[in-house]
Design a protein around this ligand. Structure first.
Ligand code: MIG
Length: 657
């Protein structure tokens, strides 16, 4: 059961698809304090809080302050409060009483979820603007709460099936030849691959919907050449439109008045990759349609997938703030700077990037109302991706288009997936990746994944292998790394065989993963579940933060520590351990419920099969998703029968209504 409550006069974010009547009165179970703009409730010592999608820390969010304030911050340390997304859905579960409820806070401005941070026994939610729709979700189980909530927000985005293949990315492959070399090297190494990503350098001076003709001559023919060998090229699209005379996207946007404007009616000038740029007003329906249609520039050339970046939106600086900073700097000239003034001076330039003041300098036309950006800040990435998603139904009718975004808000899950942004080649980020997955699923984000191997910093071969032992289970499986970091393409490492085998295992798992993904999307279920969602009565299971159920049949427990030769695993039930060295080389063992130390060498992946369940595996050897033979499956069983498994199949590219 879902009941809608309201505080103040919220906008309609179009994040939900079911219009419920607003219930009079205050949200039950919470104290509403309008003066301090907050909602408060006490937590019992054993209460667990789940949710908040893409955020830092654990599966149990208790003990930290999470701020919904979409931020371009590549330092995903545990002491951060905000990442790129705001997904304001939480579930509070009391193991003592077995009562749980979900709460969705639908408000696009800054919100603090103080989950037993200030006071270890208090959960408080405070707002900058006390206007929100609050949806209280009550049901008999954790899984049922998620199902109900997902019904409220609408069906999750469905990618083409080929998007379950491996994608290779780097900032940036600079030329068509470099892209060819990546494809050739994968083929030579015998490592399957379905996508190569194009980062900002495919464009002409970072201008959206242009192609650098020198580096990528006859782009259309190149897209076809790659597609003929089974590789999809996936270009990036940035939120900022370069200011340049003669550039049609810029000129049309100005002419039609589709860019975000300041109080005085002039377009905001913000700098991002191309230098100074304007932000399309994605919140305005006409502007959204116009920008969406521009994706046609690339779909006409055969492109069938995109990633949307910098849509928090990230701002290097605004022209107005830059001017203030220069003035500020000049005021220090010739002065004897002491401790305080020196840091003030030094901070001036640092304050340029993603400055909160800048988010107050421009406005949107949202449902016909002029709204200051900071009031709706967390919607920007959602509405950019919505522009694309809505356009694809016109540009590629009846077909699925790959789409995922960096910034997001609930509602965007209907138009695209997410990748979790600029992580680092850190062992701790394998764990962060794992912990974000179920929370993303709770919030509707099903097609998701992290930059495998880490975006920033230098990776190591063992880190990438271990990360893949998680990554082969994520719907979005992409290796991506930043400019200047150690090369991270899988064929570059010494133990090619291990990489061939682990990616081969992924491809063999696709019939299962795709089935489980599709069934979860169509039934509003999660693909990744914390152990507690399956075993809420098992005290031990409640605290497990480094294992997940993946679909109905299996549990995974990746190794995430360097030089480990295995790890401790908690089994909440008797299970069959499958230790895979490749799809065709494995050993198996039945393990009793309880704690086990399970050895796992670098080239081994641990999969735990549930009793009464089965796991289908395709024959190895497919180089592309299209080559997987779904007729020829090997069934791993543990007291389960293949006939009882619902294998979902479809053509993988037709849109599903
Ligand atoms: O400020 O396009 O998160 O994946 O490689 C960096 C360059 C801009 C940030 C994205 C990252 C991408 C990078 N972009």
């Amino acid at each position: 059961m879902i009941t809608r409550y309201r505080i103040g006069t919220p906008f309609d974010m179009e994040s939900v698809v079911v219009q419920l009547p607003v219930h009079d009165g205050a949200l039950p179970g919470w104290e509403t304090d309008a003066q301090n703009k907050c909602l408060t409730r006490t937590l019992a010592k054993s209460d667990i809080v789940y949710g908040l999608g893409e955020s830092v820390r654990g599966i149990n969010k208790r003990g930290w302050l999470y701020t919904s304030n979409n931020s371009d911050d590549p330092h995903h340390e545990e002491t951060k409060h905000s990442l790129y997304a705001s997904q304001n859905f939480v579930i509070v579960f009391s193991p003592d009483t077995k009562i749980a409820f979900g709460l969705y806070v639908d408000a696009p401005g800054k919100i603090n979820f103080d989950i037993a941070y200030t006071d270890p026994d208090v959960f408080s939610i405070s707002f900058e603007d006390f206007d929100a729709d609050l949806y209280l979700v009550e049901a008999g189980s954790l899984k049922e709460i998620v199902r109900e909530f997902r019904g409220l927000i609408g069906r999750s985005y469905i990618p083409p099936k080929w998007a379950f293949g491996l994608g290779q990315s780097r900032w940036s492959y600079m030329t068509a030849d470099e892209v060819r070399e990546v494809a050739d090297s994968y083929d030579e190494a015998g490592i399957p691959l379905d996508m190569i990503y194009l980062d900002i350098d495919y464009m002409e001076r970072y201008k959206d919907f242009t192609v650098n003709e020198e580096a990528f001559p006859d782009f259309e023919a190149f897209v076809k050449e790659m597609k003929d060998r089974g590789i999809h090229l996936v270009p990036i699209i940035d939120a900022g439109v370069k200011i340049e005379e003669g550039y049609p996207v810029y000129e049309e946007g100005i002419e039609k008045g589709y860019f975000c404007k300041k109080e005085n009616g002039e377009e905001l000038v913000a700098a991002v990759w191309p230098g100074t740029a304007h932000f399309p007003d994605f919140l305005n329906e006409d502007a959204r349609r116009w920008f969406g249609d521009w994706y046609g520039f690339l779909t006409e050339k055969g492109i069938d997938g995109f990633w949307n970046d910098m849509n928090e939106p990230a701002i290097f600086y605004t022209a107005d703030h830059l001017k203030e900073v220069f003035e500020g700097i000049r005021s220090f000239e010739g002065k004897n700077m002491d401790l305080r003034t020196f840091f003030g001076f030094k901070g001036l330039v640092a304050s340029l990037e993603n400055n909160p003041e800048d988010y107050r300098r421009f406005y949107h036309d949202f449902h016909g109302q002029k709204v200051r950006h900071d009031k709706v800040h967390n919607l920007f990435g959602y509405y950019m991706t919505r522009a694309a998603g809505e356009a694809f139904t016109r540009l590629r009718p009846g077909k699925r288009t790959l789409m995922f975004s960096r910034s997001s808000y609930i509602g965007m899950h209907r138009y695209g997936g997410v990748w979790t942004g600029d992580n680092q080649s850190w062992w701790s980020h394998i764990l962060l990746n794992l912990r974000q997955l179920p929370a993303l699923n709770m919030c509707g984000f099903m097609y998701s994944g992290a930059d495998l191997g880490g975006f920033g910093q230098d990776c190591t071969e063992d880190l990438v292998l271990r990360w893949l032992s998680l990554g082969i289970f994520t719907p979005l499986m992409r290796d991506h790394a930043a400019m200047g970091t150690r090369r991270q393409e899988l064929y570059r490492f010494k133990n090619t065989e291990a990489f061939r085998n682990i990616v081969g295992l992924r491809y063999a798992l696709i019939p299962y993963l795709y089935s489980e993904f599709m069934k979860a999307v169509l039934k509003n279920d999660m693909l990744f579940l914390p152990l507690s969602f399956e075993f809420p009565d098992d005290e031990r299971a409640l605290t497990v933060e480094d294992q997940l159920y993946v679909g109905e049949s299996i549990m995974i427990a990746p190794v995430y520590e360097q030089n480990a030769r295995g790890r401790y695993v908690y089994l909440p039930e008797r299970m069959k351990l499958l230790r895979f060295r490749s799809a065709s080389d494995f050993d198996e063992e039945i393990l009793e419920k309880g704690d086990h130390y399970v050895p796992a060498d670098l080239n081994e992946v641990l999969v735990f099969l549930r009793p009464g369940h089965v796991l289908p595996l395709a024959a190895s050897g497919a180089r592309r998703v299209d080559e997987i033979n779904e007729q020829d499956l090997t069934w791993f069983t543990f007291e389960g029968r293949p006939e009882e498994y619902e294998l979902y199949t479809d053509d993988g590219i037709s849109a599903i209504n």
